[in-house]
Design a protein around this ligand. Sequence first.
Ligand code: ARG
Length: 461
Amino acid sequence: EPTKLWGGRFASGPAEAMAALSLSTHFDWCLAPYDIAGSRAHARVLHAADLLTDTELEQMLEGLDTLAADVESGRFQPVVDDEDVHTALERGLLERVGRELGGKLRAGRSRNDQVATQFRMWLRDATRRVVAGVLDIVEALNAQAQAHPEAVLPGRTHLQHAQPVLLAHHLLAHCQALLRDVQRFRDWDARTAFSPYGSGALAGSSLGLDPQAVAAELGFDGAVDNSIDGTSSRDFAAESAFDLAMLAVNLSRVAEEVVIWNTAEFGYITLDDAWATGSSIMPQKKNPDVAELARGKAGRLLGNLTGLLTTLKAQPLAYNRDLQEDKEPVFDSVQHLELLLPAMAGMLGTLTFDTERMARLAPAGFTLATDIAEWLVRQGVPFRVAHEASGECVRLAEAREVGLDELTDEELTSAHPALTPQVREVLTVSGSIASRNAHGGTAPERVAEQSRRVTAAVADH
Ligand code: ARG
């Protein structure tokens, strides 16, 4: 006999298409361990309120333990009549402890407060796994930074050569963004750490059950203050979908650079064989598929975020069945990140850099022009004039197809009388980089400090 959580007032069972539409066990089964944990806590507060005897509590907890083991081993599975994970597990409990005792557990709770609680629990665990994966990527990038303390490359704006920077500084820029992603998950968790259990369908429980006790047992900081809000708000889910999408977008920016750096034209990096793919027709190909999938998945996660927000928009209080659509987008985002994060860490950690080529390209495109202007400023020339003079140097060098350091003494003074041959001291990549030594700059000692702070931040989590 199928276990229905409702039906007393119905003359017939649901139509087949109705039941098919309603069904959610194919995606909400992952909530099963949290549903059972909630049932254990709920049994204890029923007992504390004298609604279960000592023996009944003991039998109930034993039944829930067996059920949990059977769920874990796969011996207990949902069937089509089960509608959702909560219904399936109720059937499982009744099968184990009998309909008489099993039927007592439903007092004072609803699937509305159950699912809201379990979704929070699932997400809090999932984001911890995601954070661990992100920290592995930060470590991989930081290790590359530390392995290449002197490597340089042309820093870019608008994808054009701008100013030379340390490779380590560039890699650590990505670490900073990823560490903020980690921080966002922490902030989010502090807001999400409140349990809706005990909110009932929407109005709260009348049976003298203690929501704070349930919350504590389930690892929350407390119970929600409002049962209507507890059962119907999903901003915690939308916010996590944003945090996950933001992370994916940040990863897509690292990924895009891997794709570009791996081209013959850039030639900055070589991918390790284990983290690249070949072509079925072109034998010479070594493709950056990990990076391309990272770019692609960012689009997918953005879709999940906008889809979820659209589902939530304009829903009246309190619970509406629309909310059953809240879980899949977030589950999907987590699932795809869990595939992506270790692959990104592996790919980034095993990149080989052609530091000689990068060093050769670092001064190309007149990336030291700003250094001429700033050198003149140090001689007391107003920056507006210095900028003009440096631009004149670029014009002269471009016309003769030489580097700025190859301009003659005469050419330099023709650009500005204060431009003596001493300016050549800053016309080297290392001189330029060393001069940017204010906090946050690309000078080697600053970058080394930064890298140590990143190491400390990773160790802190
Ligand atoms: N499966 C539903 C969900 O995911 C919870 C069940 C609530 N159903 C209801 N008719 N009140 O939101």
